[in-house]
Design a protein around this ligand. Sequence first.
Ligand code: B12
Length: 299
Amino acid sequence: MAGDGLTAGAVARRLGVAVTTLRTWHQRYGLGPSEHLPGHHRRYTEQDLDRLQVMRRLTAQGVAPAEAAAWAQRTPLTTDEVELPRTRDGGGHAIALGSVTPAARGLARAAMRLDAPAMRDILEMVVTQNGVIRAWEEVAMPVLIGIGERYESTRRFIEVEHLLSRTVTEVLSSVPRPDSSASPRVLLAAADEEQHTLPLEALAAALAEVGIPSRLLGARVPPKALADAIDRTGPTVVVLWSQTPTSSDPDQLAQVAAAPRPPMLTAAAGPGWPDELPEGVVQLTSLEDAVNTVVAATR
Ligand code: B12
């Protein structure tokens, strides 16, 4: 690209920011032009432009400039992957998050603004760059837990929780599934009356990333329906999610483990289950643990 580098004016026009803003981003955050031709002003390369697109987008989404810059510095995205910012709706509340990544903070802000496109952008970016496990554990999970706590203390923000959940679902379900004609050997279901399914959706997406297809039955699966599904599909692994004690009947696990054609591995996942589980049932503690356990059982 020698000789083709962009001038500050050209970059500013492309991004829709002032040249002085570019200068500030260069001086304060090191997001400057990297091409240097002797006797010329320094020029911006396409990669510099990619970083600046990320900076522009994240700051437009409410991420603090220093955080956005840290994120942009680590961003080798192509320009196709970085959309220009859209118009954002107002609204200014915060979710207490403690020490989290810039992307999690950006997601929390976008969630409180009910800004679904921004939430999707951030989640898609971290899934693409870091994979499903890190996107879930470092970005989606802390924000979900934060909004849960916010709801508990205020009885408000159900609309935020719903839109965030929906967006997380969309992004996780868009992770490409393995191209397989064979029937999935992994069955994922929420316990009877259990409406929380996002961790299972994360598990399905993370398994897909490592080439393992799964069948996700979703929320509120009654024992009879689960038994029928096991009978018809003969899975090697069954994972049953319970988020709260109200949905965690260990009998449902015992029935799975004692099915006529029992799975090789019956796993209880989620904080709803009691410590004491029926014999032969394995407790999964994290998304990473679940992926490793399922991989080991299916290979
Ligand atoms: C999103 C959400 C919803 C959505 C779910 C949408 C969906 N498609 O899943 C909807 C709106 C449906 C919902 C409904 C309800 N919800 Co809700 N919800 C949540 C929220 C914000 C996130 C849930 C989630 O995905 N958690 C998973 C991760 C993010 O959190 P975690 O479980 O704490 O993670 C730990 C482990 O599970 C593990 N882990 C994390 N991911 C994974 C993945 C795998 C594979 C494994 C093995 C482990 C693992 O690591 C973490 C550290 O130990 C939580 C807040 C929270 N803290 O979970 C409330 C929360 C679970 N809900 C709560 C409540 C009260 C409800 C309702 C009863 C509200 C109502 N009055 O209707 C209903 C329940 C209905 C029912 N019968 O199930 C309470 C539960 C309190 C309790 N302990 O009983 C919570 C904790 C919010 C709160 N602080 O008050 N909810």
